[in-house]
Design a protein around this ligand. Sequence first.
Ligand SMILES: [Zn+2]
Length: 296
Amino acid sequence: MTLIKPSILISNTFDPLSRDEEHVMKLYQTIADLNYYNAIETRIIFNTQVQKEFADLATLHEWYVTFWVTGNLNNLAFRLNNLNESERIKAVDQVKIYCDLAVKSNAKAIGFCSGKTEGHPLEEQEQFFKSVVSILVHARKYEELDIIIEPLDSSSDKRNTLGDLETSLSFFQRINSSGLNHDKRIRCCIDTAHFALNNDNLSETIKELSIYSDRVHFANAILDPSHIDYGDKHIAIGDPGFLDKGYCIELYEQCRTLDFISKDTYLTIEERVLDQQKMFEKESEHREFLNTLRAI
Ligand SMILES: [Zn+2]
C-alpha cells in the first residue's frame, strides 16, 4: 500500500502572493505553521536573501520542494522541444541556471514541460529528449536535484509535444531503458486535467505512468470544446468539470495500490486562485479534502 503525502501547489493556490518575493516569506511561514504539508510546489526564487530564508525554512520543515519553471520558460518564449538547435540550447541553458538557483533555496526538484508543438511531433520528441539528458547531466552536479516532467495536453489547449498517454509512456520508457535514470532523478508528474483533455483514460494513465512518477495533481477541467471555459483553466474540483470529489476518491484508492517511482509519493489539489480574499479559504478547503482522502 503506497503512502501518499500531501503537497501544496503554492504557485496556483496563492498565485498572486507567490509572485511577490518581497513578502512571500510571510506566506511560506504561514504554510509552515500549519505543520501539514510534506512537499511544496512553487515558483523559483531569485532574491538571494529570500532564497536563504526559504532554504532554512524548507530544511527545518523537511519539505521536498519543487520549483516549477514552465511559466518562466514560456515568458521567455523558450522551448525545450525547439527544432532550431541554437534556440533549444538557449532553453536548456536557462533551465540549468534555474537548477543552480533552485539548489540555493534548498529545492529538491525542478519541474518543467516539453513546450508547445509546432506540428513535428517526432522531431520535437527527439529534441526534448536531448534537452532532458543535458539538464540531467547538469542536475547531477548536485547531490539531490530531481527533474520533474509534466505532460500537458497535446491537442486541445496547451498543445504540448509531451503529451498524451502514448507519447508520454514511450518517452519515459525510453528514459528508463536507456539506463539514464538509474538514480530515479527523472520523474513524471501526472496531472489529471491534461490527460482528461487528451481523452486518455485516467485510471489507465495513472496505472501506466505510476512507475515513472512521484506525484499526482488532482486538477479539474471542462472537457466540452463548445464551453467558454473549455481547457486547462485550473478550475475548482466539481461541476462543471469532469473531476468531482467522488472521482478523486476513486483515483486516490487506485493510487494507493500502485508502486510509484519513489516511496515518497505526493498528491496536491491544483486550483488557480486569483482572488486574494479567497486564497486561505481555498487552501483550508483543499487541506480538508486531502485529509478526507488520507483517512480512507
Ligand atoms: Zn499540474
